[in-house]
Design a binder for this molecule. Structure first.
Ligand code: COA
Length: 429
């Protein structure tokens, strides 16, 4: 549920490229919240849910933690919520080639676009299967809505199980993602029914909390992150309107500025293998402890989420040439966007920074090597959020700021204070 691509800020210009977006300063969370508060009853649905409410933002007497205690599972509503007459619930078997293709087509044509409708996320089928089949997944949490008569898939929402640590409290949660309603069925209050239905099915598994992200401000973000973009193929990014030439820059100066070495610079940099799972798990578990909110990953999770999967996730370790110890790793996932209505280019190839841990190699050098391999793999742009330690390398590695924000939320779990992005150690796909 990331914010999609093209974004610009006229007052924050990367060295030679401006990342195109027209949001200006309206992204400021405080202002958005205030706007929301002045429009009465703006969140008719979310005001009824166990989430931090805007009115409680300054109330520090409210305790941190669970908002509503769990109920016995026998008291959870046993039947699905009612849908409008023409529609029916289905459970989507993402292992079925046919169903996966239907979900892929729904998302490819109706999922997240940038504010100017120039780009739309184009998650691949392999990516969707990977994202939805982690260890212990529940098929019943992959929920579709079909038209009863034609059986056409018109809406989708998913959950996957995850252990998320909040301070010292490790909580079983659902990560909710891929909420999508067909363009022709928007603004009919279908989304709240879908959210309630996934919540019901999560409760039936005795899980009472969730984590999710959105580009829109809802009650109430635990933090709000920003995307930053590192051009790998500036000519194409400019051609398709993702970015533009900076002031006093020519194309040839721009190409020179973003040029990367042909091969990685860190000795011992290599693709992660199955045998690296224990070492990478130790590295990532230790690293994530310093963040207020982060996933609690075991070896099975690391094997699923971080071990490379062709065209889906890339991961590299640094193996010390002397001791053969794994000292650092970096990873990124593949999420292209469709370029809408462009005469020659149809796909923007984007790599998204995932989890990176540097203990011996400087993080800046590790990320520069990540850019080099991403460039070798023909990605056009490398995207990162300003969470974890990512802020520390953005300027030096020639990132430009994106527009819009990605807001992080917890369901049925309150934090006393909004976090800084650097206090967050969670990346949702
Ligand atoms: C997001 C989407 C499913 C919402 O559906 P919709 O038809 O626009 O809105 P509906 O009339 O069904 O429901 C509106 C309610 O859903 C809430 N809502 C909208 N987007 C939401 C989101 N991303 N996450 C959670 N709730 C959301 C609204 O805030 C509103 O509730 P409120 O009155 O309490 O504020 C739809 O716009 C869509 O498919 N967009 C493209 C894909 C997308 O952006 N997905 C979400 C990625 S984070």
């Amino acid at each position: 549920m990331a914010d999609n691509g093209s974004d610009d800020t006229k007052d924050q210009i990367s060295p030679s490229l401006e990342i195109v977006n027209n949001d200006s300063s309206a992204d400021e969370l405080a202002r958005e919240v205030e706007e929301t508060l002045t429009l009465s009853q703006r969140h008719k649905f979310w005001e009824t849910q166990p989430v931090g409410q805007f009115k409680d933002l300054r109330d520090t007497t409210l305790p941190e933690g669970v908002i509503e205690p769990p109920t016995p599972i026998s008291e959870v509503k046993q039947e699905p919520y009612n849908l409008p007459g023409p529609y029916e619930w289905v459970t989507c078997d993402m292992g079925s080639e046919e169903t996966c293709a239907e979900v892929y087509n729904l998302l490819t044509n109706n999922y997240v676009e940038d504010d100017e409708n120039m780009f739309r996320f184009n998650y691949s089928k392999e990516f969707l299967r990977w994202a939805l089949h982690p260890p212990g997944y529940y098929k019943s949490w992959h929920i579709g809505v079909r038209v009863k008569t034609s059986k056409k898939l018109v809406a989708f929402i998913t959950g996957i199980p995850a252990k998320i640590r909040v301070r010292s409290d490790v909580v079983s949660m659902a990560e909710v993602n891929f909420l999508c309603v067909h363009k022709k069925l928007r603004s009919k209050r279908l989304a709240p029914v879908m959210i309630k239905e996934v919540t019901r099915r999560v409760h039936l598994e005795n899980i009472w909390q969730a984590a999710y992200t959105a580009g829109v401000v809802l009650p109430t973000p635990i933090t709000s992150c920003q995307y930053w973009h590192r051009s790998l193929n500036p000519k194409k990014l400019i051609d398709v309107g993702f970015s533009r030439l900076g002031p006093r820059m020519t194309m040839s100066r721009t190409l020179k500025l973003y040029k990367l070495p042909d091969s990685t610079v860190t000795p011992g940099f290599r693709k992660m293998e199955l045998r690296d799972v224990p070492a990478v798990t130790r590295l990532v578990r230790t690293y994530l402890l310093q963040f207020v909110v982060a996933p609690d990953l075991d070896e099975c999770d690391v094997e699923h989420w971080i071990l490379p999967k062709e065209g889906v996730v890339d991961s590299f370790v640094i193996e010390s040439p002397e001791t053969h110890e794994i000292t650092d790793f970096c990873s990124f996932y593949t999420l292209p966007s469709s370029i809408l209505g462009h005469p020659t280019h149809s796909t923007l190839r984007a790599a998204y920074s995932y989890y990176n841990v540097a203990t011996k190699t400087p993080l800046l050098q590790l990320m520069n090597d990540a850019h080099i391999v991403a460039k070798q793999k023909n990605f056009d742009v490398f995207n990162v959020l300003d969470l974890m330690h990512n802020e520390t390398f953005l300027k030096e590695l020639k990132y430009g700021p994106g527009g819009g924000k990605l807001h992080y939320y917890l369901y049925n779990y309150r934090l006393k204070h909004i976090l800084r992005p650097s206090e967050l150690g969670l990346v949702l796909l």
